[in-house]
Design a protein around this ligand. Structure first.
Ligand SMILES: [Zn+2]
Length: 214
């Protein structure tokens, strides 16, 4: 089962993908995590990624594809990929070669005030990358990860000053994917403010005979 999770920054993609992974529905593939892992492993690709990031460049579509291709196997949820139409085409080619297809695209939507509020209050574990929100889903102990005890940090990319730019990039590059996928595969629209988003998604997967709601 291949799931693709779409949504603006701050729409709660990471949180939903983590929950689906915890509940053993699908393994989360987060491109951000893949980049960090490759850098930590010190591979030639990891060194190149680090150079690009340090220079303030975005990952190329080719580098991203190379990392994603290694990870795609049975039950996965792609969180943060594809981000543009070129990457969507790359993904379709890759899946076709492996006799796979996207089974469901989940679009998480939220209004802009909610998005901004989520992002500025978001903290992430520096060790295991679990996500918390100091306002909506605070950790039991301030500044400490509930999962592994690691230190919670506020990411640079989540600063208030960069949010408008990130939303603009999403609108221009990623949002066109919605129209693209509407013609290509089943889609599920999820209001990210709904309480039981995870149950809602699981129920829908069961309906599509993808996975029984465990
Ligand atoms: Zn942690």
């Amino acid at each position: 089962m291949i799931l693709v999770l779409l949504g603006a920054p701050g729409s709660g993609k990471g949180t939903l993908a983590q929950a689906l992974q915890t509940q053993k529905v699908a393994r989360q593939i987060s491109t951000g995590d893949l980049f960090r892992r490759e850098i930590a492993a010190g591979t030639p690709l990891g060194k190149k990624i680090k150079e690009d990031l340090d220079a303030g460049k975005l990952m190329s579509d080719e580098e991203t594809l190379a990392l994603v291709a290694k990870e795609i196997n049975d039950d996965v949820i792609l969180d943060g990929y594809p981000r543009n139409l070129k990457q969507a085409g790359d993904l379709e080619d890759l899946l076709a070669k492996r006799n796979k297809k996207i089974d469901l695209v989940i679009n998480l939507f939220a209004d802009e005030p909610t998005i901004v509020d989520r992002i500025i209050n978001r903290v992430i574990c520096s060790k295991c990358h679990a996500i918390f929100n100091t306002k909506y889903s605070p950790p039991r102990k301030t500044g400490t990860c509930d999962v592994c005890g690691g230190e919670l940090v506020h990411r640079k990319e989540d600063e208030a000053t960069t949010i408008a730019r990130r939303i603009a990039i999403y609108e221009e590059k990623t949002k066109p994917l919605l129209k693209h996928y509407k013609q290509l595969c089943p889609m599920l629209e999820v209001d990210s403010r709904r309480e039981n988003a995870i149950e809602y998604v699981k129920l829908h997967l069961a309906k599509l005979n993808l996975k029984s709601g465990q």
